[in-house]
Write a protein that binds this ligand. Sequence first.
Ligand code: ATP
Ligand code: MG
Length: 457
Amino acid sequence: MSAIDPGRLFPTPGFRRIAARLEAAGYEAWAVGGAIRDAYVRQIGTKPDLPDPGWEDLTTDARPEDVMRLFPRTVPVGVSHGTVKVLDGDDGYEVTTFRRDVETDGRHARVAFADSIGEDLSRRDFTANAIAWRPASDEVRDDWDGAEDIEDGILRAVGEPEARFREDYLRILRGFRFAGRFEWAIEVRTDEAMREAVDGLSGLSGERVREELLKVMADPKPSTALELYATCGALGHWYPELVELAAAGDAWRSALGAVDAAPAHAANVRLASLLVAASETPEGRAEAAESLLSRLKFSNADRRYITRLARLYLPFVGALDSAAEHRRWLASVGDAWEDLFELHFAVARAAGEPRAKRYLEATRERVREEREGDPALDLAGLAVKGDDLLALGMSPGPIVRMLLEELLEQVLEDPARNEREPLLEEARRLIEIGSLAEASRPRDTPAAGNGLPEADD
Ligand code: ATP
Ligand code: MG
């Protein structure tokens, strides 16, 4: 008799509809995993702030082709591992056929279909994730005493821990995430098996490790799981850029504090707040970001953006800087400006410095006001274009861009100068100075960078 009370499980209407339809066709429909676990954690009150459990997963003895036949709107999202997405209104539910592990290489557990919920439960990773409920009969299956472990706050592998991690090394990282999220202690044998299996992490794919990291980063407080990554030796395999930082004690704790303090929906900022602690220099931070994010197969767009955040973190602006300095900073950071503030807020919050926080607020207010004045911050906003300079007789080449940048520099200093005629006048003046400099160069010394080899004498 499990402690799980079906009367306290409240699946969505969509979940109920899909389960009822499977049952009416003669199949079993079960909820397993996250939904039951989270509902029970909420019921016993150890994590009152836990969000409503997600009911988007069903487990059944129906085969994928049966599921596709039974429901009018389906998407074959992972038929080879038994999963069909069933659409209900605007919502999608993943319906997965009972499975068992057949053979494994530790990268992905290779699965075959199974006939019973019992077999299916025995291939799940942790006891807390292996509780099933069948709405049609209100039967609860808790073969591995997951409810008791949840009550005791214990993360325990299902069955033989050594074998379970060897089947799929990702379970180690999943374990850190659940232990961190629920603040559970890792059961002794499970813990030993995790540490022993940790070298197997290198064999995982970057994509799976990334998705796992992003789930940690979406939790309210990622630091506990990340600390487990560090203490169990998992950083060396996928996060070598963080190993030195993690060994540094205080700096690591501040970095983890900043991750927690950054908004949970802002994965980019959270990742950046770890990376900025990895090096003192902009180049060092950018290099750490670039190598770590490539290894984890982040999209080019995400990798470039987070690398930019890491590089641009410092130097920063202050409330007491001039408006021109605020504009120059805005020009150099572009659309990253708000996230850079989030990053600095996270670091300040982690340091528990109320004055720093107030100063940052004042700075952000001034920078925002400056930006709302809509000054020209890039060449696109400049009142003269490259063609205007060519019309003044300049020859095409990099020098045109250099001149435009000089004009932009003047406009950043004083936005009132962003008027076509005065800028053209200034351009003429600069071109003239440039050609005077050219003319005054001694005739027998080659101009710098003319591409000709030095005379060989
Ligand atoms: P979350 O709140 O992160 O969604 P979850 O428990 O629902 O947690 P999912 O990744 O959605 O986690 O997986 C659903 C269920 O599938 C898990 O509860 C677990 O029973 C099982 N599961 C998922 N991945 C694995 C794995 N690698 N090995 C064994 N079982 C797994
Ligand atoms: Mg889930």
